[in-house]
Write a protein that binds this ligand. Structure first.
Ligand SMILES: Nc1ncnc2c1ncn2[C@@H]1O[C@H](COP(=O)(O)OP(=O)(O)OP(=O)(O)O)[C@@H](O)[C@H]1O
Ligand SMILES: [Mg+2]
Length: 268
């Protein structure tokens, strides 16, 4: 919160948002059902719920890659669900998504330097030399040092945790105001998860950006979020300060999610 940028980062407001998918052959699916929440500038909110509870759909709605069936999403004074053309492109630089799968997210034919430098050139208009300098700064930020060594590597020469750091460096390249991390550590070896979560938390603090953290693991939410929303079948069944919800869960579904992570055999 010490960063001067905090004041400029807009709040994300999701108000009464629903998403109904209609596909041929099957009936309509209500993936998100009347969800409302606010992500304050520089804050971190977790969306927690079992598989199919609507978490990724909310991520798609917030990044404008899907349109809500009803309700509104605003980022500062930008009405996200109405964005088109150049304004949409600018928005995509400001709001970056980090996916679950660091293996599929990186083009296997490109070096780390190329992967991270592209958004510097495309979104920030840097020339090749400026972009190269920035790549090294970003690799340093995400803990991939010595940066010269990592910049020259291809994705298959990196571990899952290192790849996810490259994905995060690429997300940071656009200087985003909001990062949406959709299960960013669930495909990583358990030993690497804490490091990536601490990195996300540090970036939020140092850069003053906002974080929407998506997980089915309530305990990981404790590391990186101030508040959480618990989703079940697209609806918010509980929300509040993360610590409070974990200590005093009110809803049966939250209790069941907590039991699931507390049982060693259920831990992925
Ligand atoms: N494009 C689509 N067309 C039809 N149904 C969809 C589509 N995308 C998602 N759904 C359905 O919407 C519901 C919510 O899906 P979503 O991907 O948001 O869940 P999730 O909470 O991210 O699950 P997971 O933890 O498995 O990633 C599911 O029932 C899913 O089958
Ligand atoms: Mg998902």
């Amino acid at each position: 919160m010490s960063d001067h940028r905090t004041a400029q980062v807009p709040a994300l407001t999701v108000e009464g948002v629903s998403k109904v998918y209609t596909s041929r052959g099957s009936g309509p699916v209500t993936a998100v059902d009347d969800v409302s929440f606010t992500l304050e500038p520089g804050a971190s909110v977790g969306l927690v719920g079992a598989s199919g509870s609507g978490k990724s759909t909310i991520a798609k709605l917030v990044t404008a890659s899907e349109r809500p069936t009803s309700g509104s999403i605003t980022f500062g004074d930008v009405q996200v669900d109405r964005l088109r053309g150049r304004a949409l492109r600018r928005f995509h630089g400001n709001v970056q998504l980090v996916f679950q799968d660091p293996y599929g997210a990186l083009n296997p034919l490109h070096t780390v330097e190329y992967i991270v430098s592209r958004p510097c050139q495309n979104y920030l208009g840097m020339n090749a030399r400026q972009a190269r300098d920035r790549v090294h700064e970003l690799l340093d930020t995400v803990g991939l040092t010595p940066t010269e060594q990592y910049a020259a590597k291809l994705p298959h020469q990196l571990s899952g945790g290192q790849r996810q750091r490259v994905v995060i460096a690429r997300a940071l390249a656009c200087d985003p105001q909001l990062i949406i991390a959709d299960e960013p550590v669930s495909m990583l070896d358990v030993s690497l998860r804490a490091g990536v979560l601490r990195l996300l938390e540090k970036l939020r603090r140092d850069r003053g950006l906002s974080l929407l953290y998506i997980t089915h693991d309530l305990l990981s939410a404790r590391v990186v979020t101030d508040r959480i929303l618990v989703l079940n079948h697209g609806r918010v069944v509980e929300q509040g300060e993360t610590k409070h919800v974990l200590q005093h869960p009110q809803d049966d579904y939250t209790v069941a999610l907590l039991d699931a992570v507390a049982t060693p055999s259920a831990a992925g």
